[in-house]
Design a binder for this molecule. Structure first.
Ligand code: ADP
Length: 484
């Protein structure tokens, strides 16, 4: 173990518990801890936003402020030390103007400059700390400058020359596209234009894809899907060029955070050996949703952003069939596009005894739904990894999903003949295909033993971070090998 211990620098714009906007924060808050538990010296760097409370996190200044080569060259960064979990060292990069005076993570006009300062600050910080990682693991476009600079300019400096890089794509929709003036600001004028970049623009995600030793995204299926124009968001030609460097690693699930045995918001805690207790949660949810309390009716749950990519355009015909022609109940929790709010409201008016749409964000209710719904529907058109189906499985709710991205890699289709599978999978983006999978689920639900076995297989699937962390360690070793 000792000789294989890696020094890993993990870069992210957000990480739980310091700052969270989306799923990236969960990954950045969990993966380093799992890597540490495997014995690696992993450390996290992220900006020190104004929202990060100094007392709450016991922040302490490290060393003296240092100058970063950005803008007019007069920007200073100061390292602030913290700890994540029991023992992951965290370095927050303080810069008053670009980070510490800001009350949120993203969404400013100068985001490109802000993350250029961060990237250059990270490189300076390593020198200041005299800590040379074996590999830098950069995540999403905000951290893309680092692997890019290391490849283009880092070879000139013996300190940086040997550092290998891995770049993870969490969200291909945000690429960090900005004008080429940013290169003057970042003092990287020599960076070459890529054919996937618009004339006069820099695409930071594309640059990191082009310049990192290895690249990965958050499921193997999604890694293949983004090689095609329909899902590549303009970067598919470049990804295809770098196909031999592109990998897929599923995100894990935080097993302490998501545990039906201890979850304080689940009225009746249960586990795989005491699944009977789950029935009381279903009763409680039916009451909360003001639906008829019926233990034997199949209850389909859904918790989602109300967005076109989540397959929302299928829902009107699917629910008209499910609630109009079959004996089932449906509970939705979601917010998003107003037109889908209206759609679910009008469906609820049509089927008041069958469905309830909670059109809000509610973390407690989400846990109650995971712990009570018999089936969990995720008909996503695009799903790089997906968290919902993994939580559902852990909480004994059988997933019904479209075969895409992480859904395809985490749910195996149930075949009654062979008695295996952990859910129900459909391919086409059509209401008929979705109904077909739901129909198979409704049929399987009629047989108590079959259903119980299916639930138990779903619950027993390993989505722990340990499994994912081991795969990342393999990628780090490969990155070091190809870096040479
Ligand atoms: P995405 O990140 O694309 O929204 P994921 O399935 O990866 O999809 O993660 C969504 C997470 O957000 C899940 O943990 C889900 O439970 C939660 N979530 C989504 N909508 C809501 C809501 N309205 N209330 C509470 N939790 C929600």
């Amino acid at each position: 173990m000792i000789e294989n211990t890696l020094r890993i620098l993990f870069l992210s714009a957000e990480a739980v518990p310091f700052a969270k906007v989306g799923g990236l924060a969960d990954v950045a808050g969990s993966l380093p801890k799992a890597l540490r538990a495997l014995g690696h010296d992993v450390r996290l760097m992220m900006p020190r936003y104004g929202t990060i409370n100094s007392d709450e996190f016991g922040l302490e200044k490290i060393g003296e402020p240092f100058r970063v080569p950005a803008g007019a060259g007069k920007e200073y960064v100061h390292l602030i030390g913290a700890t994540m979990g029991a023992d992951v060292p965290v370095y927050l990069l303080w810069n008053e103007h670009y980070f510490t005076s800001r009350e949120k993570v993203y969404g400013f006009e100068d985001d490109a400059q802000r993350f250029a300062v961060f990237g250059r600050g990270v490189l300076g910080a390593l020198k200041q700390l005299k800590w040379k990682p074996d590999v830098i693991h950069a995540n999403d476009w905000h951290t893309a400058l680092v692997p890019t600079w290391l490849d283009v300019s880092g070879w000139r400096d013996p300190f940086f020359r040997e550092i290998a890089t891995l770049f993870t794509i969490h969200n291909l929709a945000y690429q960090g596209i900005t004008g080429r003036l940013i290169l003057r600001f970042a003092q990287m004028d020599e960076l070459e234009h890529l054919s996937v970049e618009q004339p006069g623009a820099v695409n930071w995600m594309a640059q990191a894809i082009a310049h990192s030793d290895l690249i990965n995204t958050v499921s193997e299926r999604y890694a293949r899907e983004i090689l095609k124009p329909e899902m590549g968001m303009g970067l598919d030609p470049l990804l295809k060029q770098r196909q031999d460097r592109l990998n897929g690693v599923l995100n894990g699930l935080d097993y302490e955070e998501w545990n039906p045995v201890t979850d304080p918001h689940v009225p009746h805690n249960f586990d795989i050996d005491a699944l009977n207790r789950r029935a009381a949660n279903k009763t409680a949810l039916q009451q909360q949703a003001r639906l008829p309390v019926r233990s034997k009716v199949p209850l389909v749950g859904m918790i989602t952003r109300l967005d076109q990519v989540k397959g929302m355009d299928l829902m009107e015909p699917v629910l008209t069939w499910l609630l109009g022609e079959r004996d089932a109940q449906f509970v939705l929790l979601g917010t998003g596009d107003p037109r889908y709010h209206r759609m679910f409201e009008s469906l609820q008016e049509r089927y008041p005894d069958r469905m309830r749409a909670f059109l809000k964000f509610d973390g407690v209710l989400a846990r109650r739904i995971y712990a009570s719904a018999d089936m969990f529907l995720m008909p996503s058109f695009v799903e790089p990894c997906g968290l919902g189906q993994m939580i559902a499985m852990r909480y004994g709710s059988v997933p019904v999903v479209r075969e895409t991205g992480g859904l395809a890699d985490t749910v195996t289709d149930h075949t009654p003949e062979q008695g295996h599978g952990t859910g129900f999978v459909f391919q086409d983006k059509t209401p008929e295909a979705c109904q077909g999978a739901l129909e198979r689920a409704l049929r399987a639900y009629q047989d108590r033993d079959t259903w119980r076995a299916l639930q138990m297989r779903a619950m027993a699937t390993d989505f722990s971070w340990t499994a994912s962390a081991e795969e990342y360690v393999d990628l780090y070793h490969r990155a070091i090998a190809v870096h040479g």
